[in-house]
Design a protein around this ligand. Structure first.
Ligand code: ADP
Ligand code: ZN
Length: 290
């Protein structure tokens, strides 16, 4: 089976064609301009490739309710040209194939579950810490949607007593994304995050917020493993700092083999940035059999 994947992000669109063993045959990236400019390019890429089904992992918020009239739409995004845009439907009509649809981070969690660090587990989460923060939740063998879809980047955190930075989220003063996304690091310290590598206080504070986020997910979702991705996590020194602060915050309350071995519990992605694309292949395959 030939599968198509579209990772629809706020800054770039990644398109790929592959097979159901998760092998990527062809991949192309284009900047996210308005739908009228880029949708014809996306359709062109997939047309003529003999794609049997397409999976989309999209930025949001999106409508995942199959009984809704706006199923498959990007809904209330501040990117105006994409507000109330029928992303899945437009591609389904143009390509005439089954189209699976989910959030970008749920797709990445699914990629990890089938081919990556969550393989063999029934419940795990994937968190991206990049331009935004998003949480994909794979629970009891499927992706969590619920009422809308999880918006784990906006959970509220305790502000560090020494941190006077107001945060970058226009909705919340102290949410995860507002305090710990790449843009928040840049605005707080007045430098690009990658230029701050030699400033330990930057990463101590970053780990303070990420660890709080993780602890909240550990306590509510009981993931068997947590995978961290996104541009900010290129700062590998964060991993030991996060693990240490997670242990401190849990304070011995949760006693499991996983929590006893945090090096193998809180891990970087092993899929080299292709976790979203691979998850889209699986969304496509699942839709074909839906
Ligand atoms: P996006 O979230 O837009 O899909 P990324 O996951 O690459 O893209 O995240 C981009 C964010 O990550 C930016 O805020 C950028 O400053 C930050 N970033 C990218 N590379 C690094 C790095 N090496 N170290 C720290 N932060 C980085
Ligand atoms: Zn927020």
């Amino acid at each position: 089976m030939i599968l198509g994947a579209l990772e629809a992000g706020g800054t770039k669109m990644v398109m790929a064609v592959g097979n159901n063993e998760g092998r990527i045959i062809e991949k192309k990236t284009i900047p996210t301009e308005t739908p009228s400019i880029i949708m014809p390019k996306i359709i062109d890429f997939f047309k003529g490739m003999g794609v049997d089904a397409l999976g989309i992992g999209s930025f949001g918020p999106i409508d995942l309710d199959r009984s809704s009239e706006t199923y498959g739409y990007i809904t209330t995004t501040p990117k105006v040209s994409w507000t109330n845009y029928d992303l899945a439907g437009t591609l389904k009509r143009a390509l005439n194939i089954p189209v699976g649809f989910d959030t970008d981070v749920n797709a990445a969690a699914l990629g990890e579950a089938i081919w990556g660090c969550l393989k063999g587990l029934s419940t795990g989460i994937y968190i991206t810490i990049g331009t935004g923060i998003g949480v994909g939740i794979y629970v009891n063998g499927g992706l969590l949607h619920g009422m809308l879809h999880p918006e784990g980047g906006h959970i509220l955190l305790n502000r560090h007593p020494m941190d006077s930075f107001e945060g970058v989220c226009p909705y919340h003063r102290n949410c995860f994304e507002g305090l710990a996304s790449g843009p928040s690091i840049e605005k707080r310290w007045n430098k690009k995050p990658y230029e701050l590598k030699e400033r330990p206080e930057v990463w101590e504070l970053e780990a303070y917020y990420i660890a709080q986020g993780l602890v909240n997910f550990i306590l509510t979702l009981s993931p068997q493993r947590i995978v961290l991705g996104g541009g900010v996590m290129n700062q590998e020194q964060l991993f030991p700092l996060i693990r240490k602060q997670v242990a401190e915050l849990l304070n011995g309350y949760i006693k499991t083999p996983q929590i006893d071995d945090l090096d193998n519990y809180i891990v970087p992605t092993a899929l080299q940035g292709d976790q979203g694309i691979l998850g889209c292949f699986e969304l496509a395959r699942l839709e074909k059999h839906f």
